[in-house]
Design a protein around this ligand. Structure first.
Ligand code: ADP
Ligand code: MG
Length: 164
């Protein structure tokens, strides 16, 4: 299966993963984030956003506003499906317009709105493996994002070399 499993031992590693991801994701990508409460979905969005020039403090769970836009390079739309009643309510936010935009659109609790996601997207599952460690599994859905895995692998091994 075309997927990548990254074990982040601490938040710095999550930052490193987020930066590598930001570097390889094409504009217009939709990212579906899955994982329990406190898994680190918002924290990973902060890591991706930081790499796009968006200050970390700007990025908080959009639980009440449901959608936030950050002006970075590229722009990021940050959505949270935790409190939406159903997929119709989620669709009514105008998400289809976001999916076809040039921005990176990242959705927390995306498994709750899986039928409303575009045909092709990048799925990321975060599992808690310890107090500061997380297992991040990234899977491209649809052929358009197949290349993301190998690009990410080489980015991550490159940055590992720099860390040594
Ligand atoms: N390696 C790690 N990666 C991401 N978050 C981590 C990590 N280690 C500890 N954490 C902590 O886990 C919590 C994740 O919270 P948050 O990102 O809001 O979760 P979610 O959005 O999935 O509900 C934060 O308090 C963060 O500091
Ligand atoms: Mg969150």
């Amino acid at each position: 299966m075309n997927e990548l499993v990254f074990d982040a031992h601490d938040e710095n590693a999550t930052d490193r993963f987020g930066a590598a991801l930001a570097a390889v994701l094409p504009r217009g990508t939709t990212v579906a984030l899955c994982g329990t409460l406190g898994a680190g979905k918002t924290r990973l969005v902060q890591a991706i956003a930081a790499a796009c020039g968006i200050p970390r403090e700007q990025v908080v769970s959009p639980t009440f506003v449901l959608c936030q836009q950050y002006l970075g390079q590229p722009e990021i739309n940050h959505l949270d499906a935790y409190r939406v009643r159903d997929e119709d309510e989620f669709r009514a936010l105008g998400v289809e317009e976001l999916f076809t935009s040039d921005a990176i659109t990242i959705i927390e609790w995306a498994d709750r709105v899986v039928h409303t996601l575009p045909n092709e997207y990048v799925r990321i599952e975060i599992d808690v493996t310890g107090p500061t460690s997380r297992r991040i599994t990234i899977t491209p859905i649809g052929a358009r994002y197949n290349h993301v895995i190998s690009a990410l692998e080489s980015k991550l091994s490159g940055s590992l070399t720099c860390d040594l």
